[in-house]
Design a protein around this ligand. Structure first.
Ligand code: NDP
Length: 252
């Protein structure tokens, strides 16, 4: 399927070093968008940008940490200098850490800073762009990758679920603020997706638990999630798919 209206868009994708963010960046670029790639691992971003360039697309690798205000401000300045006004922001950067030890305040904080405040920082950095693109009659989008964990509680993942509930709430509330200015807000809640996300679970038992669930129900591919992002953002600009829940068919 092609998404013609994505040609000429200027996108920023966080979490573009791997998984869903990388797949989104690759697809948007293949459809003719210029894509700024944001994540911490510069070498991974350079590799993704190289892959996009080799296929005739345009991408800019911008190493940044969404938990750091200065890093996000520097990234936004570089993106503005190279690409001008951004009209599509996709927030994929995220971490999922289990609560093995209730005293791991550092891990709670990392999830909150990345999954919630990171999303806010990125939206804050590009609000002016989105509003002005929309005022010029162009499509303008914020896409937040939340999770089905926003609604379903998974044992050991209370904090992660709470961060995703915050993202889902934020998306809905921000629609009320951005919609009247013709900026769409789309919230996507995936179930299991094949990616690096679960490789950060250090505890062997909990890692096996997740692998067991995956073996049972399967997982969507990152490319299948990218397809949903491209679909939602290429509709006519008065059509806002505000909430998409995408699960493997066998996932309850
Ligand atoms: P990945 O781990 O493959 O991707 C996460 C990305 O976020 C990486 O590219 C990582 O790059 C980046 N990232 C992490 N921390 C930061 C940071 N502080 N600053 C900038 N970038 C950061 O997993 P997924 O692709 O699966 O995850 C993408 C999103 O999808 C997440 O929000 C996740 O919660 C959500 N999700 C995933 C599901 C799944 O089953 N996989 C299910 C539901 C939702 P780097 O380390 O280089 O910074």
């Amino acid at each position: 399927m092609s998404y013609d209206s994505l040609a000429g868009r200027t996108a920023v994708v966080t979490g573009a070093a791997s998984g869903i963010g990388e797949a989104v960046a690759v697809l948007l670029a293949a459809e003719g968008a210029r894509v700024a790639l944001v994540a911490r691992r510069a070498e991974r971003l350079t590799a993704v940008a190289g892959k996009i360039g080799a296929e005739g697309g345009q991408a800019l690798a911008v190493a940044a940490d969404v938990t750091d205000e200065t890093s996000v401000a520097d990234a936004a300045a570089r993106i503005h200098a190279e690409y001008g006004t951004v009209d599509l922001v996709v927030n994929c950067a995220g971490v999922m850490l289990p609560l093995v030890d209730a005293r791991r305040a550092d891990e709670w904080q990392r999830m909150l800073d990345t999954n919630v405040t990171g999303v806010l920082r990125m939206i804050g950095a590009f609000t002016g762009d989105l509003v002005s693109a929309a005022a010029d009659g162009r499509a303008a989008d914020i896409v937040n990758i939340s999770s089905i964990a926003a609604h379903l509680s998974f044992p050991n993942y209370a904090v992660y679920g709470a961060t995703k509930a915050a993202v889902t709430y934020l998306s809905e509330a921000l629609r009320g603020e951005f919609g009247p200015r013709d900026v769409r807000v789309t919230n996507i809640e995936p179930g299991f997706v094949e990616s690096e996300l679960r490789t950060h679970i250090a505890d062997a038992d909990l890692s096996r638990q997740v692998e067991g669930m995956l073996d049972e129900v399967g997982a969507l591919s990152a490319e299948e999630l990218a397809d949903l992002v491209a679909y939602a953002t290429s509709r006519p600009r008065h059509v806002n798919l505000r909430q998409i829940v995408a699960l493997p068919t066998r996932q309850a």
